[in-house]
Every structure is written in structure tokens, then in C-alpha cells.
Design a binder for this molecule. Structure first.
Ligand SMILES: [Zn+2]
Length: 302
């Protein structure tokens, strides 16, 4: 297989060696990706218990506190979901430890929630939180059950999924006729990405690809989707989240200062939400038109 851009098929002319990863950059559309892109299964060994404990600082006894911190980071996203879909069946692709879905279960609109999570460790915790039968290992299981969703969420997860072709085809099958897809992901053309260059905080082993806004639009059009909403957004984190994140993905001086001081603050200060521009975009997209495959089949047969 040749290393061509998965959006516009041009050969990349630029290589970025950033911290632990080598990323190829399309000089035509700006898309960036690691190469070779392995199958999703092969990334499974990244998302172990250690991953959630080190990066998220997850411990069973800390679950409540992390939950509060996660609520602060998801509030804006949930507000957006309210703007586009109030209630209904929701699927969170890459639901991690299941915090976002549990907020939606308790939301006033009482969403009927489902999740997909590759990591066995995270899947178990997620399912414990939300109830049996709500968290699946992959999209195939949902397709077999012929399930469809009013909203599909990709919150900090689209950049983790190597096979975008399959992902977008699966979304087309799983999205209800008037369904919406909500995405938050890093943008390769963001201000933060440009000024931080190789030091951009989003360059890491598990982030296998990045779109520019223009490239994502082009990609979605290819799969019969259209963008309803797209803009740059800031990431809301809490101090305690930032500290544990930066102790793994280190930034000189800042990591050390935070590590030394974070435990001195009372819990309510550790949980104060702060918004930082790290170069993310928020996107809402929908199908251009709904083709009922069964119906087409019948027309051909008769
Ligand atoms: Zn390209």
C-alpha cells in the first residue's frame, strides 16, 4: 500500500517528527497521519488499565472526583447536543470510562445511551456505570443488532480511529434518518497547532490522524455527509486533570510546577474548570440524503 493522503490521495511531501511519533502531512489538503496506520485492534494494547491510571489519574476511589472534573469538560459539548438533539437514542463512539454517557442518562432530556469502547478495562467500568448491555466492543455488534441512533458522539475519539473509511461508512448505517453526529477533535490548521509546531500537545502515539477543517469537510462530502456546524473551540479542563495529563505529556517547567503544587490546593480549587486553546474544533454533521437500502433492494428485485 502506498502512503497517500487518505482524504485527497496525493502523496505527502512533508514529514513531521514530533516527540514520540512520525506524522506525514499532505501538502495539498493539510491532513496529517501516522504511517503505517495499523488496524484498530493493533492499538488495543495502548488502552490498558495503565493508560487510564497514568493519563487520567483514574483510581476507583477517585472516580467521583474525576467525574466532577469530566462534567466540567463535557458541559459545553452537552449544551451543543441539546441544540441539535434533545433526548433520543445516543451512541458514544470511544466512550472510555463512560462519564459522558452517565451525565446524559441523568440529563433532563433522559437520553437512551449506548457506548462503544475498544478497551476492555474501560468497557467494564463504563458498563458498571450505565447498566448491562449498553457498552459494546465495536460497531459491528451494533450493526448486527440493526440499531440506529438519533445522535452519534465522537468526543476526543475520532483522532484515535485509524480506519476513517470504515468509520464513516458505519456511521452511515448506524445514524437514524434525521440523526446528527457531534465531533470534538484536534484541528491540524488550528492556531495552537501552528504556533506550537512539533511541540503541539496533540502529537502522541494514540492520536493517529488529524484533519484540517477544509479536509474534514472534503472527507465528509465523499461519504454523503454535510456539515451543519464547524468552529474552533477551547478545551475545558480542571487543574487536577491538567496536572495528571502534563505529568505524562511533559511541558518543561509547567509540568514540574503543577506536580509540586497541585496537592496543596483544596479539592474545590483542583476542580475549577479552566479553558485552554489547544487547537480543537467542534463539528456537527448530518447525512445529505437518506437512502433506505432495503427499499432500493426491493425495487431491484421486482
Ligand atoms: Zn490530502
Amino acid at each position: 500500500m502506498e502512503n497517500n493522503c487518505f482524504v485527497c490521495s496525493k502523496t505527502p511531501a512533508k514529514t513531521i517528527i514530533a516527540k514520540e511519533v512520525t506524522v506525514y502531512c499532505c501538502t495539498n489538503c493539510g491532513t496529517q497521519w501516522q504511517w503505517p496506520l495499523k488496524e484498530e485492534k493493533e492499538y488495543e494494547d495502548i488502552y490498558t488499565e495503565k493508560y487510564y491510571k497514568e493519563i487520567w489519574g483514574w483510581r476507583k476511589e477517585k472516580d467521583r472526583q474525576i467525574g466532577k472534573s469530566k462534567f466540567a469538560t463535557s458541559k459545553n459539548f452537552i449544551k451543543h447536543l441539546h441544540n441539535h438533539k434533545k433526548g433520543g437514542k445516543v451512541l458514544d463512539i470511544g466512550c472510555g470510562l463512560g462519564y459522558l454517557l452517565s451525565f446524559l442518562q441523568q440529563d433532563n432530556y433522559e437520553y437512551d445511551v449506548y457506548g462503544v469502547e475498544l478497551s476492555g478495562f474501560a468497557r467494564n467500568i463504563s458498563e458498571e456505570r450505565m447498566g448491562k448491555g449498553r457498552v459494546f466492543e465495536n460497531l459491528e455488534e451494533l450493526k448486527k443488532k440493526r440499531m440506529q441512533f438519533d445522535a452519534i458522539l465522537l468526543f476526543d475519539s475520532m483522532e484515535h480511529i485509524p480506519n476513517q473509511d470504515k468509520l464513516l461508512k458505519d456511521i452511515d448505517v448506524l445514524l437514524a434518518p434525521k440523526g446528527k453526529v457531534l465531533v470534538i477533535m484536534p484541528a491540524a490548521d488550528s492556531f495552537a497547532a501552528k504556533i506550537m509546531g512539533k511541540q503541539w500537545i496533540e502529537y502522541k502515539k494514540d492520536h493517529v490522524l488529524f484533519y484540517t477543517k477544509k479536509a474534514l469537510k472534503q472527507q465528509l462530502e465523499k461519504y454523503n455527509f454535510r456539515i451543519k456546524y464547524m468552529r474552533s473551540c477551547w478545551k475545558t479542563v480542571t487543574l487536577v486533570y491538567l496536572a495528571s495529563y502534563l505529568s505524562v505529556f511533559r511541558i518543561p517547567i509547567m509540568s514540574t510546577i503543577l506536580e509540586a503544587t497541585i496537592k496543596l490546593f483544596p479539592e474545590f480549587i483542583q476542580n475549577i474548570p479552566i479553558s485552554i486553546p489547544i487547537g480543537q474544533m467542534m463539528v456537527v454533521f448530518e447525512r445529505k440524503e437518506y437512502k433506505n437500502n432495503n427499499y432500493c433492494g426491493q425495487v431491484f428485485l421486482s
